[in-house]
Design a protein around this ligand. Structure first.
Ligand code: FES
Length: 105
């Protein structure tokens, strides 16, 4: 198994392991966390968005679908901040993100 990184989710302080290069939301679900969303990882709702507090340089690059979903659902200002969609976010190191509503399922 690939090594795992730790993603800390504020303000709850929940920590979840994510295997190297794997998707944040998918990994969190596999660890039994409920993650706010409305489209079940289809890259449409942007409800899974996170603000990256630490480690943005240790994530996958933003793809076109993710960029369009953020623009359509959250407006141009979303791209001025380190905001990403958890359902599209590849994790390549430890991160700290801000996301309200994440809880143990
Ligand atoms: S779960 Fe809907 S865009 Fe990520």
């Amino acid at each position: 198994m690939a090594s795992a990184h730790t993603v800390t989710i504020e303000p709850s302080g929940i920590e979840t392991p994510v295997p190297h290069g794997e998707n944040l939301m998918q990994s969190a679900r596999a660890e039994g966390l409920w993650w706010p969303n409305q489209c079940d990882m289809q890259c449409r709702c942007a409800g899974c968005f996170v603000l990256i507090l630490e480690g943005a340089e240790r994530t996958s690059q933003m793809g076109r679908a993710e960029r369009e979903a953020l623009l359509n659902q959250r407006g141009r200002n979303a791209l001025d901040q380190p905001v990403r969609l958890a359902c599209q976010l590849g994790v390549y190191g430890d991160l700290t993100v801000r996301k309200t509503g994440v809880r143990r399922a």
